[in-house]
Design a protein around this ligand. Structure first.
Ligand code: IPE
Ligand code: IPE
Ligand code: MG
Length: 259
C-alpha cells in the first residue's frame, strides 16, 4: 500500500462510517453558472472546478474506493462555443501535468475514456504518457470521461459485437449481459454504486448509461467549484442509508443480509 500524501481534511471523511462504494461516478456540473454568478467568464469556473477535482480524487483515495469516474466533457459538449471547447482542452492538458505527482504519489491509475481521437495529438500524447506510467498502480483507478457519451459507448460495443458476428462466427446465444459488458471501456471495474451530480440538476446527461442501471444517485445543490469534503460525506451518508433492492423485495434483502 502506498503511503498517502493528501491535502484534504481527513477528519471530515473519517466521519463517514458506512459502506464504502467500490466505484463512484461524478457528474461535475455547474462551473459555468458558478463563474457567471461572479461576473466571470465561464472558463474561470472550469479552472475553479479543477481544484475540486483534486479534493474529490484524494477523498475517494483516502476512503478506499476502488474506482472513481469523473465526467469532464461529454460527446455533446463538443457543440459548445469554440473558445470554451479550446479552453477546456487546454485545461485538461494542464491538469494532466499538474496532477501527475498527486496521481503517482498516491498509487492511482489514470484512465481516460471516450472518443479520444477527437482530442488532438498533443493532448492524446500527454494522456497516454500518464496512463502508461500509472498503469501498474493498483490502489485506485481514476477514470476521466472526456469526449464521452454513454450511448456512444454502447454503440461502440454493439459495433464490435456485430463485427465479431460477421467475421468470427460468433454465436447469437453468446451475446449476453456479461459479454456486452466486456466490450465497454473498462470491463474490469464494478458498476458505479453511487453517482453524484452537482448543481442541483436531476439528470444523467449521457453518463455511464450501461453501467448505471442500478446506481444510487445523489444530487448536490452546490456548483462543482464549491463542492467539498463535507458535501461529499453528505452524499456518502445518503448512499449508506439506502436499501439497495435490485428488483427484490425489502424482506428478501433483509433476509439475505441476516443469513
Ligand atoms: C460542467 O459545468 C463542466 C462541463 C460540462 C465541461 P458546466 O460548464 O456545464 O456548467 P453549467 O452547467 O453551464 O453551469
Ligand atoms: C454533463 O453536463 C457533462 C459533464 C458534466 C461533463 P452538461 O452541463 O453538459 O449537461 P446538460 O447539458 O445540463 O444536460
Ligand atoms: Mg452544465
Amino acid at each position: 500500500m502506498t503511503e498517502l500524501k493528501l491535502s484534504i481534511d481527513k477528519d471530515v471523511i473519517d466521519e463517514y462510517q458506512g459502506p464504502v462504494p467500490k466505484h463512484i461516478g461524478v457528474i461535475m456540473d455547474g462551473n459555468g453558472r458558478w463563474a457567471r454568478e461572479r461576473g466571470m467568464m465561464r472558463i474561470r469556473g472550469h479552472h475553479a472546478g479543477a481544484k475540486t477535482v483534486r479534493t474529490i480524487v484524494e477523498s475517494c483515495r483516502y476512503l478506499g474506493c476502488q474506482a472513481l469516474t469523473l465526467y469532464a466533457f461529454s460527446a455533446q459538449n463538443w457543440g459548445r462555443p469554440e473558445d470554451e471547447v479550446k479552453g477546456l482542452m487546454s485545461l485538461f492538458d494542464l491538469y494532466i501535468k499538474k496532477e501527475r505527482k498527486t496521481i503517482l504519489d498516491n498509487g492511482i491509475q489514470l484512465r481516460v475514456i471516450g472518443k479520444r481521437a477527437r482530442l488532438g495529438p498533443k493532448l492524446i500524447k500527454a494522456i497516454e504518457g500518464l496512463e502508461e506510467v500509472s498503469r501498474h498502480n493498483s490502489d485506485m483507478v481514476l477514470q476521466v470521461a472526456v469526449s464521452y457519451g454513454g450511448r456512444e459507448e454502447i454503440l461502440r460495443a454493439a459495433k464490435e459485437i456485430a463485427r465479431l458476428a460477421k467475421e468470427e462466427d460468433l454465436d447469437l446465444d453468446d451475446i449476453n449481459e456479461e459479454m456486452f459488458s466486456s466490450k465497454m471501456y473498462s470491463p474490469d471495474l464494478p458498476d458505479p454504486e453511487l453517482i453524484i451530480r452537482t448543481s442541483g440538476e436531476f439528470r444523467v446527461s449521457n453518463f455511464l448509461t450501461w453501467q448505471s442501471a442500478y446506481s444510487e444517485f445523489y444530487v448536490s445543490d452546490l456548483y462543482w467549484p464549491d463542492f467539498n469534503e463535507q458535501e461529499f460525506v453528505k452524499g456518502l451518508n445518503s448512499f449508506g442509508g439506502r436499501e439497495r433492492r435490485f428488483g427484490k423485495t425489502g424482506e428478501q434483502v433483509k433476509n439475505e443480509v441476516s443469513s
